[in-house]
Design a protein around this ligand. Sequence first.
Ligand code: GDP
Length: 497
Amino acid sequence: PPIIVRDFAPALGLKPFKLISELMEMGIFASMNQNIDETVAVKVAEKHGFLLEIKHRGDASTQQAAKEKQAKAKANPDEEEVKNLVSRPPVICILGHVDHGKTSLLDTIRKANVASGEAGGITQHIGAYQIEFKGKKLTFLDTPGHAAFTKMRSRGASVTDVAILVVAADDGFMPQTDEALKIALGVKEQQPEKFALIVAVNKMDVKGANLDQVKNQMQQRNIAPEDWGGETVTVPVSAIKGTGIDELLEMIILQSEVLELKANPKAEASGAIIESQIDVGRGPLATVIVQRGTLRVGDAIVCGAQWARVRAMFDDQGKNLKEAPPATPVRVIGWSGAPDSGASFKVVKNARDAEKMAEEEEHRLKKITTTSDAAPKQISVESLFANIAATQQKTLKVILKTDVFGSSEAVRHVLEGIKSTKVSLEVVSSDVGLVSKNDVLMAGTGGAIVIGFNTKLENGVTPLAKHHNVRIETFGIIYELADKVKEMMADLLDPDL
Ligand code: GDP
């Protein structure tokens, strides 16, 4: 059963915003209507003096159920489910410091290993792709950067099985490498048997590449490499020259085998949204990864306040698919609106039910957002941004929404290029799709502003923003955006102006 922030908070005697801020302190971004990982829920409950027992019905894919299964060898009601479990491909994400080669690595892996029979297809960016290596399928999230990763893990079940931490051999560990490592280790702590971390030391071809230095840094961080007596699989690569890539893929497969990734393709499909956007011709699109069951054309699915009757599905080669088994990323057409990336979806009986559930959700959202007036401003979520607070510098926090992934990268680039000695700028989250209520709530809690680029506001966002005193700015021209942001940063220095 899903554990939703909205229901879980009162059960602990907490205001939802308090729970959200506690989750943030654990590095988890959650909003009112999101699922919390069971392991996280248990931890939070413990902190507040509760013992949380989770009863499972038929979901043997969870760790808990697997443990139960081991514990009692006698016949159990999940037998049917267990019988249907088959191996599924791992879902991999790439993390690391900017310019250390995440994008290059993703490109090199993809180009060299297009799934057989699909060569000649037109490569599309849908937020994830699948390759085949030595007869094994591997799914990569190709939205590099840990914002995406953090988001994925904050909702429902975490999507990623294997994280590749890219470290440039010449630079070694940098601030974002450490940040990414912290996040990855956090996940590992929560689900040690379900998650693997691999370090890829990239740019081995450059002058000044120093593998030993990186290994030394790994040791200092308690993730000593295997050949130094530790446990962390470490693979030297060059994304540009293409060296070490096969070894890296082999290591991913080995690690995945240890994780024993399984799913029941016969179950009703559920999974997570990888990214979404509004396409002028085709309407809202969303790339999903099925985590359980098989998604088929014609299925009715619901995801928060959005729903879809799956009209068509495409893979990253633009190929039309009739069905998507577990761990297969597909772009789904037929949505009522763009669902939030990272949110979980599930198949329901029919389109009518889906629409009804989405509407109820929408309704509930509205109710919550108008009644949850519980002084969100009093709550300090500064701990989330502790590293910045520590510098005593003023920070303009930005939640970014854009039409497509490409422009979010472009806008981030421009924003990161704005330099000021007194005010720093932080993109707390960036995503594609309409500016949503979620964005407003997150901005309200974290003291951020919302910037939309080439996108619009979802219905009801404006009054909600007013209510929570959240500033939203939308732009269609990038230099106007840059100018305005500079202005806002200057305003921060002298709030009386
Ligand atoms: P990202 O910011 O982590 O996605 O990094 P990119 O993939 O954009 O790479 C940043 C820069 O490093 C680009 O100019 C790449 O061409 C370069 N680069 C990436 N991998 C390698 C590598 O293995 N060797 C060399 N020499 N350059 C690389």
